[in-house]
Design a protein around this ligand. Sequence first.
Ligand SMILES: Nc1ncnc2c1ncn2[C@@H]1O[C@H](COP(=O)(O)OP(=O)(O)O)[C@@H](O)[C@H]1O
Ligand SMILES: [Mg+2]
Length: 361
Amino acid sequence: MDLKNHPFITYFDTLQAEKLCQQAVVENFSSETIIFEEGEIPDYLYLVLEGQVEFSKHMGIGKNQIVAFANINEFFGEFGVLDGQPRSAKATATAGTTLAKIPCDQLMEILHQTNGGVVLNIFRHIIQRLRGTTEQLVSQVVYKEKMVLIGEMINTLIHDFKSPFTSIQLASEMLKEQHLDADTQEWCELIQAQITQMLSMADEVLEFSRGNSTLYKTPINVIDLLNRFHRLNRNYFQHTKVAFIFDAPDLTLSIDETKILRVLQNLVSNAVEAFNDQGGEIEIKVRATGNRVQIKIADNGPGIPQEIQKRLFEPFVTYGKSGGTGLGTAISQSIINAHGGEISFQSKVGAGTTFYIYLPL
Ligand SMILES: Nc1ncnc2c1ncn2[C@@H]1O[C@H](COP(=O)(O)OP(=O)(O)O)[C@@H](O)[C@H]1O
Ligand SMILES: [Mg+2]
């Protein structure tokens, strides 16, 4: 798109429009280039000539929420230019974005000399933008309230589901003990495997809907923690042909043990599920690095599908399995963040996945 045909430029009379075009710097941006950060002091107004710009706000450790987009023909950054306040969001370019940047000072100078009609047009644009944002905010609040209600409903429902699940499990155990023929044994094992899966799904949903409840931190020895984890999973590992190796120093951490066990369980179950009955190796390695401790959980499975790598920690992102809730990694991240830690991963399709957890010592 030609700069002089951009709607912002056409607000001005010919002479001023020409002056603006002369002062504008046209720049191409490749995908994911940061145009400005949240909190930066504004220096330009931007006109979008090609592509799209994404605005996101920082929402706590490791979380960015996309709040708006600017497309071709639109402009952005005018709030900061007009009131001099720091940028209220981070702006990132998508692939093939071309912007014209008009320096603040020059723009203000032209605005001071311009007639009321031009200012009115810009004013109108800003009001439209504000209305749009307000509507979006209101619908977000309504959506959140609905989600809370649905969450409470699901919570009750799942609670009520858990006791019949447990009865079915007990009954099938009894049947299995009393009828030793191969068919009954096989069917009972199938029932139990399915029930176990449903119970763990129910636990994930319950844990998620409870949100970030308080942590009950106590001093926990890492070797004891991993021994306990191994004991809890011994049968599971045997059954799924998984070799589990762990290596940890004699170190004590102040953590909520139940919650950290949940994180290990979520990540290790994901690896086991990814092996898809083919067996494999899972290694947990702990080491202290400065004032933090690193917990590395590595598998030699098929890797996390490329399609979901960027959104892995978002709730409800699941791929390639029946009965996935997409909550395991989201819950793990929120538990680690609540401990003041960080979680990330590296994954290579066909070669395996490694999760890195850092916790403060
Ligand atoms: N170690 C892993 N190896 C391969 N894929 C994985 C691994 N961990 C997670 N994934 C992928 O990430 C998705 C999201 O995991 P998660 O948040 O635990 O939800 P769920 O397991 O319920 O699908 C899984 O569905 C799976 O496709
Ligand atoms: Mg999972």
